[in-house]
Write a protein that binds this ligand. Structure first.
Ligand code: NAD
Ligand code: UDP
Length: 313
């Protein structure tokens, strides 16, 4: 069935892939974005599609439209971007969720929240299951993002309980792929850009901290499947790739694949940087029979080709 779907943050990295996939499935897509971190280049290839609409709007302000589904992705996601204006980041998560949940309530649309593994903070257990409540510093530099997203989860669950809004909460773990912003400071984009320009690779701390990297196509596939689950499936559910890598090993891998002459340099570890992160994806596997299929090497190669093209190296 053809649906009308609103994607907030649709001009961003994940949002642009989601818009593209939903259009390819025959749906009508409305992309809403204030272009804080999103770029027109990410969606320019969709502009001529008569079933695609682009609206410049800030989710902290109310917005009205008739749609069947809402994917709420609007929020800067990289530490550099979300710490740039911490108060605005909190407002985007909190007021953006209030506005989108209010809209969903009014028009009886289903709404999915792009939550994050950051709700677990610096975890005491690994891998992290959904039942773990997290270990977040409420006043640290990451709190604007972590607590904003935690408050958004609370808003979602309470709109569901109090107002019967059809909600879905996905806790997304580190995702990478083409259309990551080259200057957003995230580890995969930083290391690839540094490696293809033969510049020093910046390892924060000793590089022993871990992350688990999911290719964007796998994630988008899981997000759409989760949105399509029956109304009693609400989450929160983890989504990501449970293969865990040390940051130093990721750096070496990228130097190797790009045949780079870059050297590793060590810089201070940012405050409250989680020492490990690995999703327990048992729940999402059961619910939507999903698991990531893209191998890190294949996803990295696609991302490297993208950066070669955009940076013209
Ligand atoms: P991104 O920065 O590329 O995309 C975010 C988009 O939201 C951008 O297009 C930006 O312009 C837009 N935006 C920001 N504030 C807005 C506002 N006030 N009003 C309207 N639009 C606004 O980041 P991404 O990696 O594509 O992340 C998308 C979503 O997924 C975010 O909510 C993020 O928290 C979540 N997430 C991403 C990851 C990841 O690894 N990429 C991990 C966990 C969660
Ligand atoms: N990191 C790094 N060098 C960089 C960028 C990031 O060593 O140039 C580290 C960072 O300290 C963190 C990990 O890589 O431990 C992932 O960082 P990212 O900003 O991509 O995401 P997040 O910390 O939100 O998972």
């Amino acid at each position: 069935m053809k649906k009308k779907i609103l994607v907030t943050g649709g001009a961003g990295f994940i949002g642009s892939h989601l818009c593209e996939k939903l259009l390819s499935m025959g749906h009508e897509v409305i992309c809403l974005d204030n272009f804080f971190t999103g770029q027109k280049e990410n969606i320019i290839h969709l502009i001529d599609n008569p079933f695609f609409e682009l609206i410049r709007h800030d989710v902290t302000m109310p917005f009205f439209i008739e749609v069947d589904e809402i994917y709420n992705l609007a929020c800067p996601a990289s530490p550099v971007h979300y710490q740039h204006n911490a108060i605005k980041t909190i407002k985007t998560s909190v007021m953006g969720s209030v506005n989108m949940l209010g809209l969903a309530k009014r028009i009886k649309a289903k709404i999915l929240q792009a939550s994050t593994s950051e709700v677990y903070g610096i975890p005491d257990i690994s891998p992290q299951p959904e039942s773990y409540w997290g270990n977040v510093n409420p006043i640290g530099p990451r709190s604007c993002y972590d607590e904003g997203k935690r408050c958004a989860e609370s808003l979602f669950i309470n709109y569901h309980i109090q107002n019967n809004v059809k909600i879905k909460i996905l806790r997304i773990f580190n995702t990478y792929g083409p259309r990551m912003h080259p200057n957003d400071g995230r580890v995969v984009s930083n290391f690839i850009v540094q490696a293809i320009q033969n510049k020093d690779i910046t390892i924060y701390g000793d590089g022993s901290q871990t992350r688990s990297f999911c290719f964007v196509d796998d994630l988008v596939d899981g997000m759409i499947k989760f949105m399509d689950t029956p109304n009693d499936v609400i989450g929160p559910a983890n989504i990501g790739n449970p293969e865990e890598y040390r940051i130093i090993d990721l750096a070496k891998k990228i130097i190797d694949i790009t045949n780079s002459s870059s050297k590793l340099v060590y810089m201070p570890l940012p405050q409250d940087d989680p020492s490990q992160r690995k999703p327990d994806i048992t729940l999402v596997k059961q619910l939507i029979h999903w698991q990531p299929t893209t191998k890190l090497i294949d996803g990295l190669n696609k991302t490297i080709s993208y950066f070669h093209k955009t940076l013209k190296t």
